[in-house]
Design a protein around this ligand. Sequence first.
Ligand SMILES: [Zn+2]
Length: 167
Amino acid sequence: MNEAVLVLNANFEPINVCTTRRAIGLILSGKADMVLNGRGHIRTVARLLPRPSVIRLEVQVHRPRPRVKLTRREVFRRDNYTCQYCGRRDGGLTVDHVMPRHLGGEHIWTNVVAACPACNHHKGARKLEESRMALAHLPKEPPANAAYLYGQHLSKNGEWEPFITGW
Ligand SMILES: [Zn+2]
């Protein structure tokens, strides 16, 4: 009952991921329709319920343009789990502030990168130019489009792809 279900707005824009339990609740209360099943059924005492993979809300939900929350996990994901100084992918990663915080560097998308512990230590509390290190990519805020927000679910839920593409 805890599998991921893709929730589409009334205009078919993907807006959320919920659990099977929540999705069935939304369908039974008339707030959503099943768009895609593909997972068989759940037998209860009273009836056979579908196990939705994609549902669509009956009424369009208005909400602000989504943004990707700045967290360690999202920084690593944006940077493809790669140290932005040396390109290493193995070993643990840390979040490095390109302009060190004690020099006024902010905790914002354009000032944080994934760095391996060795590079983070080597750079230390110096500015980038003082460290003579170089970044693989200039850090940017990742796009909050559906491909970025929900693409991570595609390995388990390949059937979502047509619903995510283009949003
Ligand atoms: Zn490194």
